[in-house]
Unconditional design. Structure first.
Lengths: 453, 256
């Protein structure tokens, strides 16, 4: 384990290399512009829906700052994590390899893995700095009287932090494996495009591919954006990020025989896959949304928890059938979260369901509980719940008394946003860039650091 | 550049003694790339406190030998022993430090910070940074970024990196490449002083430079060791013992 002094040197080196990276400063400037554009568009639309134009306002229950402001604003970071941040990561890993600095670091007394961990930490800090633009947007929203519900907002922020960790893992592995930074960039983009393809295929096929696709960046982020904090998603994204660093650490030990390096990479990947399979079994999650969009009413939850018998659901709907999407992401997800044991079997024989007309069961959803079975074709929550209560022998709760989500209309424009994101933010970034790379800035930080002895 | 030869000596004295060795033996070190043997059964020894020169033309396998020796490239065959005990590649970073030729590390960082970083990572003192910087004439360049340096200046920074490490054996690949005549002489003086308490193994393709600075030589040709010893020993082996004026160049040509 490196000493505090060694950690300090490693972290300082990576921070200095980050500050010397034009890609990092470009990331900051571009994310500022992207976030600015996103928050201005979102707040404009929100204000219009709230009746700023003089027309009829939308129902206030439909005006959720999570969907209206937080998600579209921070959505800018998906683009940044896909197309900009990987280059920052790759530069920090690949340049050392190309310049020969890697040969010097491989001979340092510090464990080489610590050097890679230091890179990971500093890159996470870099991504955190980039997220400050999003933070500024949300503060600006609150400054004009906008409402934010902290648990759901922080969950989305956590999602994007993990998205950054994922980009760090992929970028570090690509930077280590590829012969040049350009090749590494191609690999990193290929991985991203691969996850998009996986999402596309999963939408059509479901099954195992669908289960894996729950953890692609797009799907994982969607979970956080719906205010659903899933332990499995957090652990799996973290594991993939760490696995990328592990691959980099194993492959960059150039003095080891090829077979041993390949073995190290394979071991890192195998450990990560096994950990992900294990974590995927975890069902623990929390609905942190203010409007409880991922949950039944509290009365329904209490009633469903009284049912001890396992519920088996057999769905005769094809993967591409939109009714399955409604059922799966709506009522079945809520049942899984609430009841003690829920098993879902997907019984359709085809992808589209268009040619299953001869199968008289197509479209049916069978519910089996305590030896009793019942079928209906609805994906509507009250109808499904009624079926489950009937099979479970539990009386449905009386009309819910909990207050409905009231929504937060705000008919105000964010006039300061262009000044913040297109004037103040770029100036701030440029000043920080100048300070970090100027002789004065370098000497100031270097002078504060004492050498051992 | 005005070398102060005593300062690096003090640095080396302070840190190299604890891990010293008597003899390091390179045994049958070989490296194959596909069907091509870049290094074939290289065997020789390094004695404590000497300056050993690795002599050979471009493409003779000098850099490959250094990389395999330092554990930065996997050898196909062979190994390294320290006083009769095998040293696995992963453990060699405790025994020796290799400064490769052509490295351009941390181009955006200043000379002063780079040397402080190396000293910090290897546990050297601030005094040693100042002493080595001064001895290699780097003090006026302290605030310059590495990418702003000339080839000769950069070479001296890379040398300083090597001199700041505490290992009992230091491998330098082409330490005089890019230096002018005066700089070469000054760096030789610094290395000579440093070698009083540390063993140096230098890869040099300029035979005149090698003859001036090294105590013994390993001659490498087409990946094979063609000879090992002092200049007198090599002259004798080449049948040139009677010709006291025969230089390393004639000896090398006679033996390869």
């Amino acid at each position: 384990m490196p000493s505090r002094s060694e950690w300090r040197w490693l972290l300082e080196k990576e921070l200095r290399e980050l500050a010397a990276s034009r890609a990092f400063w470009l990331l900051l400037i571009v994310t500022g512009a992207l976030v600015g554009h996103a928050v201005m568009s979102a707040s404009e639309l929100y204000a219009e829906a709230s009746g700023i134009g003089g027309g009829p306002a939308a129902l206030s229950q439909g005006l959720s700052p999570l969907e209206g402001i937080v998600v579209p604003t921070l959505g800018a970071y998906d683009l940044a994590a896909t197309l900009l941040f990987p280059f920052v990561v790759i530069r920090l890993v690949a340049v050392e390899k190309q310049s020969g600095a890697l040969a010097l670091m491989l001979q340092a007394p510090t464990r080489f893995g610590a050097s890679i961990v230091a890179k990971g930490i500093v890159l996470l800090v870099a991504w955190g700095v980039a997220l400050l633009a999003g933070g500024a947007a949300l503060v600006a929203w609150m400054a004009i009287g906008g409402h934010l519900y902290a648990p759901e907002t922080w969950t989305v922020v956590l999602g994007y932090l993990l998205r950054g960790a994922l980009a760090i893992g992929v970028g570090a592995a690509a930077g280590a494996l590829a012969a040049s930074a350009a090749s590494a960039a191609i690999i990193a983009l290929t991985v991203t495009i691969g996850t998009w393809a996986l999402d596309y295929v999963a939408a059509a096929r479901g099954g195992t591919i669908g289960a894996i696709a729950q953890y692609t960046p797009t799907s994982a982020l969607a979970s956080f954006e719906h205010g659903n904090l899933r332990v499995s998603t957090v652990l799996i994204l973290t594991t993939i990020g760490l696995a990328g660093l592990g691959v980099a650490a194993a492959w960059l030990r150039e003095g080891r025989p090829l077979a041993r390096r390949v073995g190290g990479v394979a071991a890192a990947l195998t450990a990560a896959i096994l950990a992900c399979i294990l974590f995927a079994q975890l069902r623990s999650d929390r609905d942190v949304s203010e409007d409880r969009r991922n949950s039944f009413s509290r009365a329904d939850e209490a009633a469903l928890r009284r049912i001890d018998a396992p519920l088996k659901v057999t769905v005769h709907l094809a993967a591409e059938d939109p009714r399955l999407t409604d059922l799966d992401r709506g009522v079945l997800a809520k049942l899984r979260r609430t009841m003690k044991s829920v098993t879902v079997e997907y019984a359709a024989q085809s992808r589209s369901g268009l040619f299953e007309a001869s199968n008289s069961h197509y479209g049916e959803v069978w519910y089996e509980l305590g030896g009793k079975r019942e079928m209906n074709r609805s994906s509507t929550e009250p109808i499904v719940l009624e079926t489950v209560y009937r099979l479970g022998g539990v009386a449905p709760p009386t009309a819910a008394e909990e207050p409905a989500y009231r929504g937060y209309p705000l008919a105000k424009r964010m006039a300061a946003a262009p000044w913040i994101f297109f004037v103040a933010w770029p100036i701030l970034v440029a000043l920080a860039w100048w300070w970090a790379t100027s002789a004065k800035g370098r000497e100031g930080r270097g002078g504060a650091t004492a050498v051992v002895g | 550049m005005s070398p102060s030869v005593s300062a690096p000596v003090q640095v080396a004295e302070a840190r190299a003694g604890a891990t010293a060795f008597d003899v390091i033996t390179v045994d049958n070190l070989s490296k194959r790339y596909g069907e091509f043997w870049a290094l074939r059964g290289a065997s020789f020894s390094i004695r404590r406190g000497e300056i050993l020169g690795l002599i050979g033309p471009n493409g003779s396998g000098k850099t490959t030998l250094f990389q395999c020796f330092a554990g930065l490239a996997p050898a196909t065959l062979g190994g390294v022993e320290r006083d009769g005990t095998r040293v696995p590649p992963d453990d060699r970073k405790r025994l020796l430090f290799f400064v490769p030729d052509g490295v351009r590390p941390w181009a955006e960082q200043s000379v002063a910070w780079t040397l402080r970083f190396i000293a910090g990572v290897h546990g050297a003192s601030r005094d040693s940074v100042e002493a080595i910087s001064s001895s290699l004439g780097l003090t006026p360049l302290a605030d310059a970024r590495l990418h702003e340096l000339s080839k000769g200046e950069h070479r001296r920074v890379v040398l300083a990196i090597g001199l700041l490490t505490p290992h009992p054996l230091l491998l330098l690949d082409e330490p005089f490449d890019g230096l002018d005549l005066r700089q070469t002489r000054d760096v030789m003086a610094v290395l000579r002083a440093h070698a009083r308490h540390r063993t140096l193994f230098l890869s040099i393709h300029q035979l005149g430079d090698a003859e001036r600075v090294c105590d013994r030589f390993v001659l490498l040709s087409a990946g094979r060791v063609a000879g090992e010893g002092t200049l007198d020993e090599l002259r004798a082996r080449a049948g040139l013992a009677s010709t006291q004026r025969a230089g390393l160049e004639e000896v090398f040509l006679a033996l390869t």
